[in-house]
Design a protein around this ligand. Sequence first.
Ligand code: NOJ
Length: 757
Amino acid sequence: MRLILLGFVGILFFSCQQNPSLNNKTEELKIDQKVEELLSKMTLQEKIGQMNQYSGFMDFTGPQPDKGRTAKKLEHIKSGMVGSMLNVHGVKNVRAVQKMAVEESRLGIPLLFGFDVVHGYKTISPIPLAEAASWDLEAMKRSAEIAAEEASAAGINWTFAPMVDISRDARWGRAMEGAGEDPYLGSQIAKARINGFQGDDLSSLNTIAATAKHFAAYGFAEAGREYNTVDIGTSTLYNVVFPPFRAAVDADVKSFMNAFNVLNGVPATGDEFLLREILKEKWDFEGFVVSDWDSVGEMVAHGFVKDGREAAKQAVIAGSDMDMESYHYIEELKTLVEDGEIDEKLIDDAVRRILKVKYELGLFDDPYKYCSVERQKETLYNTKFRDDVLEMAKKSIVLLKNENDLLPLETSGQNIAVIGALADDKTSPLGSWRLGADEGTAITVLEGLKKYDKNNYTYSKGADVVTGEVSFTRELNVNNIDKSGFARAISAAKSANVVIMVLGEHGLQSGEARSRTRLDLPGVQQELLEEVYKVNKNIVLVLQNGRPLALPWADEHIPAIVEAWHLGTESGNAIAKVLYGAYNPSGKLPMTFPRHVGQVPIYYNQKSTGRPKLPSPGEVFWSHYTDEKNSPLYPFGYGLSYTTFSFEDLKVKNTYTEDNTVLISVKVTNTGKRKGKTTVQLYIQDEFASVTRPLKELKSFEQVELEAGENRIINFKLKDEHLGFYNTKGEFLVEKGSFNVFVGEDSQADLSNSFEL
Ligand code: NOJ
């Protein structure tokens, strides 16, 4: 096997995109000069101030500080001891706080205002995992643009998004916030979202700085338990965890956020390997790194350092430039520098990075640029966003099952029973991480359906999903046992032509600190489903959830299943359009749906074992479960349409020796009776490698919309960046040998061909 060593730094896995705003080198030089000038005027205390970020008092997105601390914050802003605030939004609030920094501190350096604008500010888009199911990069970019436009109109200039963590574990609540399990898809989506938030020109009024988070491997928390230990091998780190972060750097993301976890024994916030060696040196990242909420202080609880002083020291040495809500930088850094324990050069480096972003945003030209009352009024909830958010929501829906073409439904003359608390909930579809949005602003499924007013609808709740107080910061009561609503639901179902059951998780059952051990329908919903099924089998199950669920009973019995996630403001309209066929579903799962929680972590791009196949019937010594299949319920990339597609003529033209390219083409035909869209997915397998490669790896995809009967040839190009991988030393290699290529509509695609490098 001949080895082509391409080197870690030189050959980029992702093509290096130049941000047009930074193409202008003179502009950049000017900013660098301004940064140096300002830096030279700053006292050590003022420099450390820039590295300090406090939470405001509007929302708390982490454990709350004691009251004494809270009182000090305003004083600190006025004395130049704060560089950024989070959780202050709305132009009135932002202007008031900005004024303190600009008009009362000695140097008048404007603050950055950060906020978790994850899937919208007021007008809410689908949760990121749902959007990822669209595989539509333009639509996701647009969704981020809308979020940036609204957030910037409300005073915010920096979002803590996108989360680019790969997640293979549906128990982890934050799977909802990412793009799923695949590093290639995740990288494309990371770039699209960053481009959407930041645009071509960061100094524009409607763009904001983005954050790639959480660096690194947060999605690999053991047992899917939030904030838990991460222990993964270097091959996974380089080939699965890093690529979306690397793509974020290539897209010129302005900041990175640390992860809460330890990675192989070292808290990410204090990890020099991650922050200095990889991010700042090898990837040449020019932005700044913000800690996660108190992740500097949490290094003590991790058992890594003994107190806040050591925590601050280790975090700065490692390369964490800004401290979110731990107070250790502001309290410890000055004496650490004065005592010679931290080189002031490290402080200067951090401050340079932070100031640079402030200049790029244009905050020094006008610190109140995002603080126009009129602009806020005309932008928030502007109806001009609604069509795009609706499009995004429709594209995010995944049709999981449609036996005997139960869907789409007839648009008239039907008695339809609508069952499930989520069908009539105006807040839950907003999902998690929609702190800026107002309760009750989502269109419900019931409202969406009723627009098709030639059918009759009877609604009954059946059972609650959660009971009691529902709040972002409080534990939810998820163990509802009240079945008193069953009788009404069953009676409504009896006389209906079709039953639409809207079941799943409340919007706040996923997200930060919302890990689960079970992937079923919470509370008594499964029982409700089975009871209704006894009286009417014509059920369309509409799922609303923030993670893959394991629903084998439903898959076996329920004729039609629609994965509708938490789709945001336009949720009900999007779902109704899909159920009635006004939109032909095109979503494809970005994460594997297991049969049982015991299979988790389950992901398509797994490696082979030494014993991958049943040798002969009845044998036991092969890699399997004794009580469940190995295969998932619904694989990565899967999703049906109201039409069907066939794939044939998979051709390979290998011109690698001439131009390092392998050309692939395939013929796709719409074999059904309707126009429809699918995502043509190309996977490869590097059969033998010096570090074993997955059985299949997604390397390209293309969306194609075809009329009934129409066909098209789709072409793909494989280059080194697709054919190679990182070895355990972080070197990028393309190895000679045989490759298989698979093309189809999901990760189980079996139309294949092969080539030799
Ligand atoms: C903690 C979360 O992990 C992070 O993603 C978020 O941005 C911060 N809190 C700020 O709210």
